[in-house]
Design a protein around this ligand. Structure first.
Ligand SMILES: [Zn+2]
Length: 230
């Protein structure tokens, strides 16, 4: 058994039954014959959903960073802050590294991750070949996942809000709601994306002209143990 044989083996995520994957067309799916769990989701639909969620998250990210985040008012004084203000608040003197870390962890890394996912999936939406270095881009997106901390920032903000609410009137701005939505969309994006399917598509479509499905992706007979549905 060589490497390409090994790459085609897939264990069912629920019951551990081992399958040799058949070649699937982009609109076909493969289910476990024993427990019915999805082994490979239809690529076309899965890719467009993940791609759309990544783009949505990028737009929400822009709104969350540049829009007004909080309005504070107390005793006739009013103050307005954005996420950018929060990052810049530490930009003087010894706290500068903290400012850099906050900016990287809550804005730059999450945005870079989403852009890398969009770069990987975009060209493959209609069955085309991946762009150059799509494999590296997707791997980097996976490696950055633990460092993408927009939701941690939101938890911090929520805790701070509870403390400040007793001292001043707090009005969450549009950026606050954008960040809440962003966290939700990012979770949806992460859970909806079948990484194995993405890797499989990157491998099998490499070097093919755009918009065409190569011989390896045309539907073929399924192995006897595999239930296959269009
Ligand atoms: Zn199973």
């Amino acid at each position: 058994m060589d490497d390409s044989d090994l790459a085609r083996l897939r264990a069912c995520p629920h019951c551990d039954a081992l399958y040799r994957l058949p070649e699937l067309a982009p609109r076909e799916r493969a289910d476990c014959a024993r427990c019915g769990a999805t082994l490979i989701a239809p690529q076309v639909r899965a890719f467009s959903r993940s791609f759309a969620l990544a783009i949505t998250a990028l737009i929400l990210m822009a709104g969350a960073v540049f829009g007004p985040f909080l309005d504070l008012s107390t005793a006739g004084m009013q103050s307005r802050a954005s996420v950018l203000d929060a990052i810049e608040a530490f930009s003087d003197g010894v706290m500068f590294p903290l400012s850099l870390a906050v900016g990287a962890l809550i804005v730059v890394i999450p945005a870079l991750r989403l852009a890398l996912i969009a770069y990987t999936l975009g060209p493959m939406l209609r069955g085309g070949a991946p762009w150059p270095r799509a494999g590296q881009a997707f791997r980097l997106a996976e490696q950055l996942k633990p460092w993408s901390m927009a939701e941690i920032f939101l938890i911090g903000v929520a805790v701070a809000l509870v403390k400040v609410a007793g001292l001043a009137t707090v009005h969450p701005g549009i950026a606050f709601w954008a960040l809440c939505l962003l966290v939700l969309v990012t979770v949806l994006q992460d859970t909806s994306m079948d990484k194995e399917t993405v890797w499989h598509a990157i491998e099998t479509r490499r070097g093919k002209p755009d918009g065409s499905f190569g011989a390896a992706e045309r539907p073929t007979a399924a192995t006897p143990a595999m239930a296959k549905r269009a």
